[in-house]
Write a protein that binds this ligand. Structure first.
Ligand code: GDP
Ligand code: GDP
Length: 448
């Protein structure tokens, strides 16, 4: 869902220029004569990682009679009604005019977020206008230049802060079942676990398996939360390959992974973290799902504590980037460990949906940089400036940094692990996108 952004302001402040810049195309006509843009225009735009639907308010014909005010009010109100956020532009070079004040009084009445931007701020000719615009009672102005593209990273930050849910379309927790996918190699113990969770023999395991042919979605409640489980293809295929050596089907696994919000990767404790498990873990994390490692058939572990320690170390060695994910022991046959498993599922789902407040993130960022500054590249320092979470599911952050494209991968990892630890995001697959702070919509991201 794009963020609907209405650009409003009196004629000639630079609305169309900004609109064009954000839309990346010359869609609205720009002209020095006030009032050339006649109708409300819509266009798709982009700023940083935000998808925008831009609403440009009509220019108001150059009529200075009483009808201007009425027309202006009408258009502005229509745009406000449509928008998620309103960007109010003034011309910093011209200073505040009575018409700007009129707009401000309209905007002070809306309960939608309003961002005030003083345009034409390249050079110093706009400074006075910026200070003047504080008086409009619409918060601190951003100093921008639509023509030069200055101040757009500030605009991006203001948008992210104004609409923290930008780009997210999920329903609040609790109303919908948590989708749980049970993934794993053949014979890992998946069906037995599914049966234990469902509490009845919906899917049969063991030698007489083969009854479940089609994809089955099963629902169950646990601790007041509803879950939807999908029969993994691996379980279904049992029917056909009974007696033969079963192969892991990566395609089938991907299908299940995509279904899940939380993926439980089930491994027989006796052979956990072998190559195929690592492949599955990597797929789950690349799909951005919350991951839980399940050590199944724990009743068969000889020296439980030593074995657990050993497996934990193997996880840290083989998948350092996923070593924060929970590692849960279960014995589905005896019904042991299910409470812990489901607590981990619910927690992972919560982390996956988490939102971290921008000021907390930036406070953390300052400490992280102080503790361990980014390396200089070609003798020039890289300066991370600002971080914001732009999405959840999985938690996705944008870091604005000078020379962001040169930020080394190991430092990006350091930041990701830091976010995970500081905000207790456990098993969630965290994404960090690094952008140049100077030009937020150049596509120079070092994604993932
Ligand atoms: P609108 O009527 O609000 O849509 O304003 P326009 O986008 O048509 O711009 C009006 C005039 O201001 C045009 O001559 C633009 O070139 C000029 N303009 C727009 N943005 C800037 C800017 O950032 N700096 C300067 N110096 N001029 C600008
Ligand atoms: P799937 O292929 O991953 O669905 O694996 P199954 O659930 O069919 O289990 C494979 C084999 O492991 C079966 O013979 C199960 O009885 C056995 N098994 C599953 N869970 C446990 C457990 O908790 N303890 C023990 N001892 N055996 C188990």
């Amino acid at each position: 869902m794009p963020l609907k952004l209405a650009i409003v302001g009196r004629p000639n402040v630079g609305k169309s220029t900004l609109f064009n810049r954000l839309a990346g195309a010359k869609l609205a006509i720009v002209d020095a004569t006030p009032g050339v843009t006649r109708d409300r225009k819509h266009a798709k735009g982009r700023l940083g990682d935000l998808d925008l639907e831009l609403i440009d308010t009509a220019g108001f014909e150059d009529v200075h009679d009483s009808s201007l005010e009425a027309r202006m009010r009408e258009q502005t109100e229509a745009a406000i009604a449509e928008a998620d956020v309103i960007l109010f532009l003034i011309d910093a070079r011209a200073g505040i005019t009575p018409l700007d004040e009129h707009f401000a009084s309209l905007l002070r009445r809306t309960d939608k977020p309003v961002i005030l931007a003083a345009n034409k701020c390249e050079g110093s000719a706009g400074n006075a206008g910026v200070y003047e615009s504080f008086s409009l009672g619409l918060g601190d102005p951003l100093a921008i230049s639509a023509e030069e593209g200055d101040g757009l990273s500030d605009l991006f930050q203001a948008l992210v802060q104004a609409v923290p849910d930008a780009e997210t379309d999920e329903a609040p927790l609790g109303d919908k079942p948590i989708k749980l996918a049970i993934i794993g190699r053949p014979n890992a113990g998946k069906s037995t676990l599914v049966n234990a969770l469902l509490g009845e023999d919906r899917m049969l395991t063991g030698p007489e398996a083969g009854i479940t042919r089609d994809a089955i979605s099963a629902f169950f409640d646990w601790g007041g939360q509803r879950y939807e489980l999908v029969d993994t293809a691996g379980v279904r295929r049992k029917a056909k390959v009974e007696g033969k050596l079963e192969q892991l089907s990566v395609m089938d696994s991907i299908r299940s992974i995509r279904f899940g919000q939380v993926c439980a990767l089930v491994m027989d404790q006796a052979e956990a973290f072998e190559k195929q498990d690592l492949v599955l873990a990597d797929l789950i994390s690349r799909e951005g799902r919350a991951l839980i490692f399940v050590l199944a058939k724990w009743d068969q572990a000889k020296d439980g504590n030593a074995r657990f320690k050993e497996l934990k170390e193997r996880l840290e060695d083989a998948l350092p980037q996923l070593s924060g994910s929970p590692l849960v022991r279960v014995s589905a046959l005896g019904g042991q460990g299910l409470e812990k498993l489901m607590a981990a599922v619910s927690e992972a789902h919560r982390d996956w949906n988490a939102r971290v407040k921008t000021p907390d993130l930036n406070r953390w960022l300052r400490h992280a940089i102080e503790k361990h500054p980014p390396p200089a590249v070609h003798g020039r320092p890289i300066k991370p400036r600002y971080i914001a979470q732009i999405k959840s599911r999985p938690p996705t952050f944008v870091l604005m940094s000078s020379r962001g494209t040169e930020l080394p991968e190991h430092y990006r990892r350091y930041l990701i692990n830091g976010i995970r630890d500081a905000f207790k995001l456990g098993g969630a697959a965290i994404r960090l996108i690094v952008r140049e702070s100077r030009n937020p919509y150049a596509d120079e991201s070092a994604e993932r």
